[in-house]
Write a protein that binds this ligand. Structure first.
Ligand SMILES: *Cc1c(COP(=O)(O)O)cnc(C)c1O
Length: 349
């Protein structure tokens, strides 16, 4: 893509471009640190820790993330899980019944669901046999109404990362937005693409605290992109989309990097262990190399093995109906004890 000809305003829906966002009480008055009496938001004045509305711009949390990722807070948008962040991207840029997006199955199912909810056509370009993007076919599928290409890297459910060269080719050849979903980036040795948001005005990187950070229950998703893109998403986001409890818990966790890193390293050790064992199980035909906290494996009969494991009290994900995934099962990496149990059961099947 030619950076000089990229104009984000041409990608935004007209109604969003014209929109005057809701201005919340917490947006209008920002404390300068002096003790004030807040009678502006119809809150209950009796303190209980959450009687006040949360910061709509999540300044404290963004500040820490910005420092850790070495970018500006202006390049960050936070949402109620990355699912909300992805939905905001649809609602800001994709005109219902007119625009389309491209996804690369087998991949995360939410892109398609969100496209359907927003009445946006979803074009699918299958990954190649090695689970890498088919760049030629992807660029062939682009038409003037293609607003976004969703790349999931490391990809769910295949576990692999997409090659740098194919991602660069897509970023440079496509004049719409490229979303790289990095939900599993913390399990990968590859570098995040977020460092490149200043090189590519059409690049959006999404991350989440749901996987490596162990906070799926609080719902905190992150989008890193150019200030222009973030400003547009901020215009349409619900003012208080990230609640106070989530902001506090997220802050506490991102400040405890030692614990996060310790857990990731344990998961990686277990992933290697599980990878080795799976390869020795007679009914396992192929174990795909994973950059994530799960392993996809091809077995003799996925439905049969899935049910057998379920009967033994172990729930995994059967991916056999996904394209290119016939007879595959996806195993999330658990604790050492959980994996030991899984392995004992697998060996006896
Ligand atoms: C799990 C997952 C997410 C989930 O994000 P939330 O922040 O929990 O909404 C996003 N993308 C992919 C590819 C995932 O596998």
């Amino acid at each position: 893509m030619n950076n000089t000809q990229f104009d984000i305003r041409q990608l935004v829906r007209d109604n969003v471009l014209d929109l005057k966002p809701y201005s919340s009480a917490r947006d209008e008055y920002v404390s300068d640190g002096t003790k004030m009496i807040f009678l502006d938001a119809n809150e209950n004045p009796f303190e209980n820790g959450v009687n006040r509305y949360p910061d709509p711009q999540q300044r404290s949390l963004k500040q820490i993330l910005a420092e850790q990722k070495e970018i500006s807070t202006k390049n960050i948008l936070l949402g109620n899980g990355s699912d909300e962040v992805l939905d905001l991207i649809f609602r800001a840029f994709c005109e219902p019944k007119i625009d389309n997006i491209i996804t690369l199955p087998p991949t995360y199912g939410m892109y398609k669901v969100l496209a359907n909810i927003n009445n946006i056509e979803e074009k699918e370009v299958l990954l190649l046999e090695d689970f890498q993007p088919d760049v030629e076919q992807i660029l062939d599928a682009v038409n003037p109404n293609t607003k976004t290409i969703f790349l999931c890297s490391p990809n769910n459910p295949t576990g692999n990362s997409f090659s740098e060269s194919s991602i660069v080719q897509i970023l440079e050849s496509f004049n719409g937005l490229v979303v790289i979903d990095e939900a599993y980036i913390d399990f990968s040795e590859k570098e995040s693409w977020l460092k490149k948001i200043n090189d590519y005005p059409n690049l959006l990187v999404t991350q989440t605290l749901s996987k490596a950070y162990g906070l799926a229950g609080i719902r905190l998703g992150i989008c890193y992109a150019s200030e222009d893109v973030i400003n547009i998403l901020n215009k349409i986001k619900p003012p208080y989309n990230v609640n106070e409890l989530t902001q506090l818990k997220a802050l506490e966790r991102v400040l405890n990097q030692d614990q996060v890193k310790l857990e990731i390293s344990k998961i990686l050790t277990e992933r290697e262990n599980l990878n080795t064992v799976l390869k020795e199980i007679p009914f396992v035909e192929e174990v795909y190399k994973s950059d994530a906290n799960f392993i996809l494996a091809k077995v003799d009969d996925a439905n049969k093995r899935y049910t057998q494991l379920l009967d033994m009290g172990i729930v995994i994900r059967n991916r056999t109906t996904q394209p290119l995934c016939k007879n595959t099962l996806r195993f999330t990496v658990g604790t050492e004890a959980e994996n030991k149990k899984l392995i004992e059961v697998l060996i006896r099947l």
